[in-house]
Design a protein around this ligand. Structure first.
Ligand code: Y12
Ligand code: CO
Length: 174
């Protein structure tokens, strides 16, 4: 399956993703294609809507202390719901759909998540540190929300100006 990234300001990123009801071969093929795609593009998290599949599915492969992303650490998360949350933490986030930009975003420090795996089995996960941040970032995608939506008015205006310039420069290079 050939995938490509949907980039801001594409309106497709604003769609609300639909609940996954069929844990079938189509879902497995998509998840199987998302993982190598995410690694090739240096990502640690990817929601299906970012590759033009607006379903409530996301993957995460948080780097270990050596900076590696072993396949056994891959998390496939379907239909997630945060059931507990606490604390606050700020981290400089990036997104494959908003290339070249990194901004501080404040999120819950610890979360407990209910979700389904690729076979529809129900799971619970307690997450903190980068995993908790990345889950919240990816779950925002399911609602059509991007990390830049969390910026202050003035920071967002600055971002829009810089992003427009980046897109213009990229177009001129082509
Ligand atoms: C903290 C950190 C990350 C997340 C969500 C997941 N975000 C990513 O995986 C971002 C990946 C990313 C990769 C880039 O590298 C390439 O595109 C090759 C990148 O660099 C450029 O755009 C040049 C930017 C972001 C949540 C919380
Ligand atoms: Co993102």
């Amino acid at each position: 399956m050939q995938l490509s990234i949907v980039e801001y300001p594409d309106k497709r990123l604003r769609e609300k993703s639909k609940e996954v009801k069929h844990f079938d071969e189509n879902l497995h093929k998509l998840l199987d294609a998302m993982h190598p795609f995410m690694l090739e593009t240096n990502g640690i998290g990817l929601a299906a809507i970012q590759v033009n599949h607006p379903i409530r599915a996301l993957i995460l492969n948080i780097p270990n202390e050596e900076g590696e992303q072993p396949p056994e650490n891959l998390l496939e998360i379907i239909n997630p719901v945060i059931v507990e949350k606490s604390g606050e933490t700020t981290y400089q986030e990036g997104c494959l759909s908003v290339p070249k930009f990194y901004e501080d975003v404040t999120r819950f420090e610890k979360i407990t998540l209910n979700y389904q795996d690729r076979h529809g089995n129900t799971k619970t996960l307690e997450a903190d540190e980068l995993l908790a941040i990345a889950i919240q970032h990816e779950m925002d995608h399911l609602e059509g929300i991007l990390f830049i939506d969390h910026l202050s008015y003035s920071r967002r205006k600055k971002f829009e100006k810089e992003y427009k310039r980046m897109l213009k420069e990229r177009k001129a290079k082509k």
